[in-house]
Design a binder for this molecule. Structure first.
Ligand code: 5RP
Length: 222
């Protein structure tokens, strides 16, 4: 089975967690696109969706799903999003698509975070995938030096501007065996908007698409 089919399986399984009348947070990326398409085809009606990116907003609106501003929504029932890596603690690296800041906000505002991935993204220790860090443009060089001091090799994502008008630095070779501590450390750097480590607000449930179907991992199954 190819990777896209595994993504589609995980995304479709997430629909089982969506109940009538819910307000749903929606992430960004190719896996989430399968989820949005399944939401559009779903028979139960939802109250609306809060989107984490302009790309997801367009796709949701194109399917007639009402997009609600987070400021008007209050606490969301559920957030569904993909990830670039996930570990057995349900800590994640996100931001491959550059939407990490809004994703982090929507995840924080949600009661339950269901993360949908294909099995290639499940790792023992985070960090093979370069860590995305969103930075205010004028702070780019300063933040880069601080990232080197933290043990990483920063690389500017060229030709890319986030939905918030900022830049992304992808950081290679960071040691993330204590992901929550590194998240705290990097969050302290002046000019960092957000980092793609989701350890302080991890997923509550991982749905992993694989050759033999969808496997679930929650805090109790680790
Ligand atoms: C976007 C993200 C995505 O969830 C992550 O990059 C995974 O993307 P895909 O589902 O396309 O593999 O964090 O900022």
């Amino acid at each position: 089975m190819d990777q896209n089919e595994k993504k589609r399986l995980a995304a479709t399984a997430a629909i089982d967690h969506v109940e009538e009348g819910m307000l749903i947070g929606v992430g960004t990326g190719s896996t989430v696109n399968f989820f949005i398409d399944a939401l559009g085809a779903m028979k139960r009606s939802i109250r609306g969706a809060v989107s984490s990116s302009e790309a997801s907003t367009s796709r949701l609106a194109g399917l007639g799903i009402e997009v609600v501003e987070l400021n008007d929504a209050g606490t969301l029932d559920i957030y569904v999003d993909g990830a670039d890596e996930a570990d057995p603690n349900l800590h994640l690296i996100k931001g491959g698509g550059g939407a990490l800041t809004r994703e982090k906000i929507v995840a924080a505002a949600s009661q339950k975070f269901v993360c949908i991935i294909d099995d290639s993204k499940l790792v023992d220790v985070l960090g093979q995938f370069p860590l995305p860090v969103e930075v205010i443009p004028m702070a780019r060089s300063y933040v880069g030096r601080q990232l080197v001091a933290a043990g990483g090799q920063p690389e500017l994502r060229t030709g890319f501007v986030t939905d918030n008008g900022n830049q992304i630095i992808d950081v290679h070779n960071l040691r993330l065996s204590d992901a929550a501590a590194m998240e705290t450390r990097l969050n302290q750097i002046a000019g960092v908007v957000s980092v793609g480590i989701f350890a302080q607000r991890p997923a509550d449930l991982l749905l992993i698409g694989a050759d033999n179907g969808v496997r679930s991992m929650g805090p109790t199954s680790t």
